[in-house]
Design a protein around this ligand. Sequence first.
Ligand SMILES: [Zn+2]
Length: 752
Amino acid sequence: MVLLGVLAFVPVGVRLYSLMVRDYHYYTGLARNNQSRTTPVTADRGDILDRNMNILATNVSVENVYLDPHELKQAGEDIPAIASFLGQILEKDPVWIEEQAADRRLRYKQVGTRIEETTAARIRDYINEHEISGIHLEPSARRVYPFGTLAAQTIGFTNVSLEGSEGVEAAYDRFLAGSRGKVITTKGNNELDMPYSYENYTADRPGCDVILTLDTVVQQCLEKQMEAAIARYDVQNGAFGLVMNCKTGEILAMATLGSYDPNRYLELQDPGAQAAAEQLKQSYLALPEGSEAYKAGKAAYSEAVTAARLKQWRNRVLSDGYEPGSTFKVMTMAAALDCGAIDLDTHFYCSGAEQIPGRAQRLHCWRSAGHGAEQTPQALQNSCNIAFAHIALKLGGEKFYEYVKKFGILEKTGIDLAGESKGIFFDKSLVTDTDKWGTASLTSGSFGQTFKITPLQLVRAIASVVNGGNLLEPYIVSEILDAEGNTVLKQEPTVLRQTVSKETSDTMRTLIRSVVTEGTAKNAAVAGFSVGGKTGTSEKIDVFDENGQRVQDKIVSFVGIAPMEDPEYIVLVALDTPSRQTGIYISGGVMAAPTVGAVMADILPYLGVERTFSPEEAAGQILILEDLTGLTAADAQRQLKQLGLTAESIGTGDTVTAQIPAPGQSVPGGSQILLYLGEELQERSVTIPDFTDMNRAQAEEAAGKLGLYILPAGNPEISPQNTVISQNIPKETQVPVGTTVTLTFLDPLAKD
Ligand SMILES: [Zn+2]
């Protein structure tokens, strides 16, 4: 009996040995897995700030909702009721939530990701009210972009896992992200901490703050004027623009329109793209579900949505090459002057068209009547293609290519953002081996045609022409600070090489200034500031219609610089495909130059550039309005009187709340300024005068006195011979003060 008794316990002993000794670690592991919960602790992602420490990207607290199916089961909760409640509040299918609750392999089934605090509070109330075990909330973070669409392509966004996907968010992800930690705790049933619980904590290192060179105010001014131009000229394919410091390479603003909202980066922002996607969606939804046609339609829809997203996320300033057109003539002329191929007195003659040696086709100047006899300054002022073809021939292919290389056209600029491309330039032999290839590439290249560069490459090349010859490496991040505020990284201006001599740069500054005072860019003039620049109108070289015919779509652009005596800021605006329907002549001089002028008028006073007045301005014939809002009515009237302006007060109140014309507008001396007092702008009507046969100055004076604005169409050059031939609002119509009247001026000369 004893022996039998002992033998009977042998298997028990063996089993105990295997459980407690041999497989100890295996079973402890299982137990731990069952009892412990790993809670990821997201490192606080760093903020992105502008140069004045305005927050462009930050985190807000949100919560995740998860179910513990095991706990739900043990507590015997009413799963269908819970699924119905959560389904409604989280906008999820209740059936799917029931499936999650039934899956007891894991004790963590997330059903709601990054929900707002208000929603979380409602769930918490529900849990308390019904005393439910098994629904849990945990803190999480969501990325927010307080300025919405502003500078979206530059700032970028983070994906669902809070990893940087585009722009600064992607380029500086390793600094912004920090390192994630986790807490492992032991939990018993009902989430109570178990006795003898262990806790394992991996410390997390918060992300660094990234400070940009970007200035939110400058960015807003740039985008506002670009949007106005898109509306005014019915621009079909968006616009891109850039403001850079000429001396340092700091980017103050960088914009691509149409934009998107990084808070909702998956949503299509462009109404056209939205409508196209919606149409594709409706057409496949109408088909029998599961059929081949349905699947194909659905695939076409997702493809269209993906393509539209990629397009709206794209930063065209550095990712896309375009034909720079005449803006490139700045580099050609600087190169020719720098190496002595021409001087300021070199003569040219433009008859409108000419057979250039080595070119199969006759070369036409944009002005078919020709520019007649010109010297070097007029060649640039008139943007004369014939003169530039001769400059290119004098310069020669070897020198041309050598300078193009110096200007950084063959390389990326090295900006600290992802996705930069370097455009497409000719093979060297195409411009140097003119015996074999003729002179077509050399001459077309000299006026910026038949090759592509990025807007950023163009802007930094022109900056080097005016800043004394320094080719800079542009940058967007100035400093990175860790969580304690210590500097982790600081970027300083980098000069890569000398492009042209200081003397050439001095000469070019005078010439570029004269394009605005004498040439094709008079519309970029800003009273009180010495603005210079170069216009450009280029055809898109690779757009074809359905019949394979090249579409004559145009990109019009202007690169402006101020102040010309000692350049500080360079501004590019390019409008992609202005509509032919507006009746406005499509050119950089007519469309892009005034847009850049308006940007300059906004940003230069803000950036502290001093005004210097022309004799007319100094004599009080043209005045720039100060901001009078916030002043008392008496103070504002006194200030206007000192300037020789009259004031009319509208409304009751003591403080000026608005003024017409707006601050920064230039008005003729003696104009009447309307001061609005009290809470709201009050409507007041005026009678539209007959503008026929007035020139621009006369029309502006007449309009200014009445509180009307003028939108010039046709040829808006401010010269006495251009007079109004029509107005969009008939004379004697009653309109509210501040109405814009479109005036079409006679257009004897087309401008490049
Ligand atoms: Zn010409």
